[in-house]
Design a protein around this ligand. Structure first.
Ligand code: SF4
Length: 399
């Protein structure tokens, strides 16, 4: 059976963080109820076309999925289990913010087989959290983390952020130290840099020269420290910004970087099935109107183009994506896998770019076994030096 990942988008947040450009917003109970009815209808309807797949990961992301009452999450998981074949060891993740994690929610999540929590901490410094517009303090994170551990979660990710306004190298180091010294330490850490996106309050502040983010030298020091410190603490870097204890790499994200097929549900969610990229509408009213009107046979076909955008990927699109996503991982792009997927040799397609970057010490070929397999594969991967300038290298793989 072909492997599939499911992504379920919950677009609700208590309040918008000042740097956020994700599809998320506050909502009232009526909107929330309507959304979950629509979401359940979409999940159920899609299952008829996905019978030949086995689901190896489910990711409930957002927004803030932990914000909604546990009964909504339970109903989503019920409809997923009733309508899809899930592998025995299916990884099921929920994203959560510290202030909305409660013992009741944790208990329900466990009962519906959620086995991984990704907690958005960002910083252990309360001033930095305030500057980001986050609505909790470090003590609340510690409480939520301990409760998650007590509830029996043995696979927890903590998100942290560098380049926060006002952050110093010392305060960043202190966040990393506190997180790795949690008892028990999290199995996975995602360490991202702040990106100032257009359309956010941070962007306007930056334009006015009011956003005091660390300069490039400090940014580089934070970046280098993250890798060195986390490796010392037993975390292996497996993607540009992701670190995990052995065996705890996020299967869902790895699948995405390897271009495994995925189906996204909910507002703005994207899917990749049989080389078609399908994006759901970002218009809340349109989404509710289309999917909220069960039974599904009554869904208005005339509305379909407004609800989903379908893009057929050309072979060049697919090769580019394979390079862009694969090179993000430390393992790199499977050379033989590339030939099997496209019927062309990677060196024939990208010979010049590969040669140049190997000569510059930014790329390398290496032999290692694929995650979960014994057979050795040849990979093309960024070197340590290449990872530092990954955007520059990747730009050379556009066709
Ligand atoms: S909690 Fe996450 S999704 Fe929600 S506003 Fe903040 S950054 Fe955006």
């Amino acid at each position: 059976m072909k492997e599939l990942e499911l992504y379920i988008h919950i677009p609700f947040c208590e309040r918008k963080c000042l740097y956020c450009d994700f599809l998320s917003f506050p909502c009232d109970k009526e909107e929330r109820d309507a959304y979950f009815i629509a979401l359940i209808n979409e999940i159920r309807a899609a299952s008829f076309e996905l019978r030949e797949y086995i689901v190896v990961s489910v990711f409930i992301g957002g927004g803030t999925p932990s914000l909604v009452d546990e009964k909504y999450i339970a109903s989503i998981m019920k409809v997923v289990r009733e309508n899809y074949k899930l592998s025995k060891d299916c990884e099921i993740t929920i994203e959560a913010n510290p202030n909305s994690i409660t013992e009741e929610k944790l208990r329900t999540w466990k009962e519906v087989y959620i086995n991984r929590i990704s907690i958005g901490l960002q910083s252990s410094n309360d001033d930095e959290l305030k500057k980001l517009g986050r609505l909790y303090n470090y003590a609340e994170f510690e409480r939520a983390y301990s409760e998650a551990v007590r509830a029996g979660f043995e696979n927890i990710n903590v998100d942290i952020m560098s380049d926060i306004p006002g952050q110093t190298l010392e305060s960043y180091k202190s966040t990393l130290k506190k997180v790795t010294e949690l008892k028990p330490a999290p199995e996975h850490i995602s360490a991202y840099s702040l990106i100032v996106e257009e359309g956010t309050p941070f962007y306007d502040m930056s334009e006015r020269g009011e956003l005091n983010i660390p300069d490039e030298d400090i940014d580089r020091e934070m970046y280098a420290f993250t890798k060195e410190y986390l490796e010392e603490k037993g975390y292996k870097r497996y993607e540009i910004s992701n670190y995990a204890k052995d065996g705890y790499e996020c299967r869902h994200n790895l699948g995405y970087w390897m271009r495994r097929e995925y189906r996204g549900f909910g507002l703005g969610a994207a899917s990749l099935i049989e080389n078609e990229r399908v994006s759901n509408t970002e218009d809340f009213e349109v989404y509710i109107k289309y999917w909220g009107n069960a039974p599904l046979t009554d869904a208005d076909p005339d509305m379909a183009p407004a609800v989903t955008n379908i893009q057929r990927l050309s072979i060049n699109d697919r090769m580019e994506e394979t390079m862009f996503l694969g090179l993000r991982t430390i393992q790199g792009v499977d050379i033989e896998g590339f030939r099997k997927a496209f019927g062309r040799d990677i060196f024939e397609v990208y010979g010049k770019a590969i040669e140049k970057n190997i000569n510059d010490g930014l790329l390398e070929t290496k032999v290692c076994s694929k995650t979960g397999e014994n057979a050795a594969h040849r990979y093309l991967a960024l070197t340590d030096k290449g990872l530092d300038v990954s955007n520059y290298v990747m730009a050379q793989f556009l066709l």
